[in-house]
Design a binder for this molecule. Structure first.
Ligand code: NAP
Ligand code: GLV
Length: 315
């Protein structure tokens, strides 16, 4: 391969060093430079791997031909005011990431079903608090908003646990065993059936605060909520109000607005909320590097690329 330069900004200085080591063994022709290194030359950069790129650098990358997100979402990239519109952006949703998301989603849904937060509080207080969780998985329907790569794998794993699973997306889907609801016209019917609602949507203008008072009020009373997409999709005050009123019985939240969740936020100590630090799913660097190198080879052969961000859809 002709030598090429990859500018990296994901995971800080430590992340850069780890990525450089991963590429050194797989693609010695790829020179990795750290985006935040004051001495790096943007004009030499062919490709970028970024999560939250800083402003003022892209316009100096005259040779830039391809941008990789280091994750599935591209919201951190789109937030950069000077991201070049003509350069394709490739998202990552490799098998390792969808598998981990399925596992995390299954854990979160079971945490809601089995009242894991209640058990954790009792343990922290050294209190032997016997109780019977009310329902078995076979008696509950999980509704997944966003039946894409992450939602589909989660649906498969939840079905394996005995849950009925329904999904909501823009277009109709055929996922074995999963009833598909499509578009705004079918949202309310979908919500009315969801004993546990999971959000795995991308961040777009249409999905801003989609989980809010109206949505939550349409769920069966005492429903659970699992937030795994992006914090901007949730009205956090409305979630708190629904927990207080009993409309929601519990929540597992991995994403917030803003992140990190401020220390004074009531979610941290809420007896019905489990908080995790936006860690539901990320594939290993090795898996992502292999995906990127296969994608770069396809790109240089002029082939159609997988997982392309579509500006018209917004994800
Ligand atoms: P994906 O394959 O592109 O799937 C997105 C799904 O959302 C599709 O089913 C799409 O429907 C649906 N959708 C988009 N906009 C919609 C709208 N306005 N109304 C209804 N449905 C809509 O994406 P993915 O790889 O599954 O990832 C989904 C999101 O998960 C990411 O964007 C990211 O925000 C989040 N995520 C979070 C973590 C974490 O650690 N917490 C990790 C990875 C990903 P159509 O296919 O019909 O268009
Ligand atoms: C993580 O949040 C991702 O988008 O991959």
């Amino acid at each position: 391969m002709t030598p090429k330069t990859l500018a990296i900004r994901t995971g800080g200085a430590e992340g850069f060093a780890a990525w450089r080591d991963v590429f050194a063994t797989r693609a010695p022709w790829l020179r990795c430079v750290h985006w935040d290194d004051p001495d790096f030359a943007p004009a030499a950069v062919d490709y970028a791997l970024v999560w939250e790129p800083t402003a003022g650098v892209f316009p100096r990358m005259d040779k830039l031909r391809l941008i990789f997100s280091s994750g599935a979402g591209v919201d951190g990239i789109l937030a950069c005011p000077d991201v070049p519109r003509q350069v394709p952006i490739v998202r990552q949703a490799v098998a390792g990431a969808t598998q981990r998301m399925g596992e995390f989603c299954a854990w979160a849904v079971l945490t809601v079903l089995k009242e894991g937060r209640r058990m954790a509080i009792a343990q922290a207080e050294r209190r032997w608090a016997y109780f019977d969780p009310e329902f078995a998985a076979t008696e509950r329907t999980v509704g997944i908003m966003g039946l894409g790569a992450m939602g589909t794998r989660s649906a498969e794993m939840l079905q394996g646990l005995g849950f009925s699973v329904i999904g909501w997306s823009r277009g109709r889907k055929t996922v074995p065993g999963v009833e598909s609801f499509a578009g705004a016209a079918e949202l309310d019917a979908f919500l009315a059936r969801s004993h546990i609602l999971v959000c795995l949507l991308p961040a777009t203008p249409e999905t801003r605060h989609i989980v809010a008072a109206r949505t939550l009020s349409l769920l069966p009373r005492g429903a659970g909520y699992v937030g795994l997409g992006r914090g901007m999709q949730q009205n956090q005050d409305d979630i708190l109000a629904a927990l207080e009123s009993g409309q929601l019985s519990g929540a597992v939240l991995d994403v917030f607005e803003p992140e990190p969740l401020p220390p004074e936020h009531p979610f941290w100590t809420h007896p019905k909320v489990t908080v995790t630090a936006h860690l539901a799913s990320i594939a290993t660097r090795e898996e992502r590097a292999d995906f990127m190198l296969a994608t770069l080879a396809a790109f240089e052969r002029g082939e159609q690329l997988p997982m392309l961000f579509d500006p018209a859809r917004g994800y």
